[in-house]
Design a protein around this ligand. Structure first.
Ligand code: NAD
Length: 333
């Protein structure tokens, strides 16, 4: 008990020392301009790439790794250094953000043979923005603490558009004293950075949000489909919903019907955006959490099944709003 407390105090002291050092580097620059210390970024997919770009735009040199090297190309063209492993990133940066698909990828990146924790510097701040099981975040925080580092979960809401615009919402779990240090980086990528509580609570908030999103997207898709069947023009129906009590994010910002809105996946054959497979994964996390806490989630469970069936029927890599197309195909059977 006493040893654990000592370790915690020592991690915080080391972290503060690192921050003082980072601040002094920022102040002393040969050209008289403020320069910032490097930030590691692992997972340059649909979300990671625009998020890392925003860090660069805010003056942070970014050191990257992705298991699929092609994914780093865009960010490399902006001057980012590409490394060969998560351990390499940890050797070169003491603040690292990870943005990976799911539990196994995150576990591999942190604890694998070439994982971050193999080379992490004492006092490092590790922020995981992937959506994963809160229990995994808690385990990783314990492992990081053993190495003298701080791990926080900071999953996001907002989609690719918000990642590009730098107005994501971050839900942050972890040691409260480190929240300001995390916020310094997260505000470069998001307009809302909310402290939720101990490690894992950011994931809890995210899982709840995505269960509601899944239910509302299916609801919007079936509502729009019924209206079209009844002879309504989809644009007009969307306009009426958006000025009425049925309005939601899925109807006014991310409408699933092709031709209703520009700049959303439904306007681009459901490419990019938030993959159906990722939504099915998040609903699986909600299902596990609901089972563990004996919480009834009838609509969340049904939404989970709908998205799993879609994955089995060839929709896995399409955006999750393709549930509209899935319903149209079902009605034609
Ligand atoms: P993505 O599949 O587009 O990108 C993930 C990236 O991680 C890929 O480039 C992949 O090559 C890389 N990767 C996988 N395993 C790796 C490993 N072991 N080492 C290094 N790199 C690895 O996924 P995304 O859409 O960017 O989503 C990332 C996370 O954010 C997911 O947890 C998702 O649930 C969450 N999320 C996504 C959205 C969205 O709209 N896409 C919105 C909110 C949250």
């Amino acid at each position: 008990m006493a040893a654990a407390l000592m370790l915690r105090v020592s991690v915080r002291l080391q972290f503060r020392q690192r921050r003082v050092f980072a601040d002094s580097v920022a102040m002393v620059s040969s050209r008289g301009m403020a320069s910032k210390t490097s930030v590691g970024f692992i997972g340059l997919g649909n979300m990671g790439t625009p998020m890392a770009k925003n860090l660069i735009k805010h003056g942070y040199p970014v050191i990257t790794y992705d298991v699929f090297p092609e994914a780093c190309k865009e960010i490399q063209e902006m001057g980012s250094q590409v490394t060969d492993s998560p351990a390499d990133v940890a050797e070169r940066a003491d603040r690292i953000i990870t943005m990976l698909p799911s539990n196994p990828n995150v576990i591999e990146v942190y604890t694998g043979n070439n994982g971050i924790l193999k080379k992490v510097k004492k006092g490092s701040l590790l922020i995981d923005s992937s959506t994963i099981d809160p229990a995994v975040s808690k385990d990783l925080a314990k492992e990081a603490e053993k190495m003298g580092a701080v791990f926080m979960d900071a999953p996001v809401s907002g989609g690719v558009g918000a990642a590009r615009a730098g107005n994501l919402t971050f839900m942050v779990g972890g040691v409260e004293q480190e929240f300001d240090a995390a916020k310094e980086l997260l505000t470069c990528m998001g307009s809302n950075v909310v402290y939720c509580g101990e490690v894992g609570t950011g994931q809890a908030a995210k899982i709840c949000n995505n269960m509601l999103l899944a239910v509302s997207m299916i609801g919007t898709a079936e509502t729009m489909n019924l209206g079209i069947r009844l002879g309504l023009d989809p644009k007009l129906l969307a306009k009426i919903l958006n000025m009425s009590s049925g309005r939601c994010w899925s109807s006014d910002t991310y409408n699933p019907v092709p031709g209703v809105m520009e700049g959303v996946p439904s306007a681009n054959s459901y490419q990019g955006g938030f993959g159906t497979t990722l939504m099915a994964k998040d609903l699986g996390l909600a299902q596990i959490s609901a089972t563990n806490t004996k919480t009834p989630i009838p609509l969340g469970s049904l939404a989970h099944q709908v998205y799993r069936i879609m994955c089995a029927k060839g929709y896995a890599l399409k955006d999750f709003s393709s549930v509209f197309q899935f319903l149209r195909e079902e009605e034609n059977l």
